[in-house]
Design a protein. Structure first.
Length: 225
């Protein structure tokens, strides 16, 4: 297993390197096919709260999907411990998921788990719906931080909704972009409360139907009574 440790705006000491090497040895017990572990340490001076200025991101790369965890703390050792605990939990989930695929017990289908969720309002902008959902389910961050926008591009991968949920949990993100193999639509699955998930899809026909309805309504207004 190859270990790569890098730092941004922070010095990666030999002591931290040795500490990380000792801890990551436990990863092989849950992920025997791991090939490389990447640890990125960064200090953000723009963050006002001293308790969250240091970020540690740990990524496990192997034959399957990448598994990632990230945490913030006042120093790199504390942030590493928090991120490592998250990573081990996700590795356990991945191992248990493999047991499910081997037929030890049947998982609940995502369709069954999300079937009772309300249908998204197609009249409201997509960004507005996502923001409202996040505001309802997450507490607002009390720390005032500058706006930061990161841009990343990924290949459009076609997969089932179940696989998209699995990949989202493995990388530790609150959402996951994919192309739904059942509908061919560009979609995003996102985490709600607990083990509840939501799915948003882009459908050009929805806008066309709305435009037809508006045009028909305006045409009816012009017809004299």
């Amino acid at each position: 297993m190859d270990l790569q440790v890098s730092g941004r705006n922070v010095t990666v000491t030999d002591r931290f390197q040795e500490y990380a090497e000792t801890r990551v040895e436990k990863i092989e017990s849950l992920a025997p096919k791991v090939q490389r572990v990447e640890i990125k340490v960064a200090r953000d001076s723009h963050v006002r709260a001293a308790a969250s200025q240091v970020t540690v991101e740990i990524t496990v790369l192997g034959t399957g999907s990448a598994i990632r965890a990230e945490a913030r703390a006042a120093d790199k050792f504390s942030a590493f411990d928090l991120a490592f605990a998250k990573l081990m939990e996700r590795l356990r989930r991945a191992r248990d998921k493999q047991k499910v695929h081997h037929g030890r017990h049947a998982p609940t289908k995502v369709h069954d788990a999300t079937g009772a969720l309300p249908v998204a309002d197609t009249k409201a902008p997509l960004a507005q719906q996502v923001l409202e959902s996040q505001r309802e389910e997450e507490a607002a961050d009390a720390d005032e931080t500058p706006v930061e926008i990161r841009i990343k591009s990924f290949p459009a991968v076609t997969m089932s909704v179940d696989d998209a949920v699995d990949n989202m949990e493995l990388v530790g993100h609150p959402f996951y972009l994919f192309v739904d193999e059942a509908t061919g639509r560009h979609s995003v699955v996102y985490r709600r409360k607990g083990w509840s998930y939501g799915i948003i899809s882009l459908d050009e026909t929805v806008q066309r139907e709305e435009e037809k309805a508006v045009a028909g309504y305006r045409g009816a207004e012009r017809i004299p009574s």
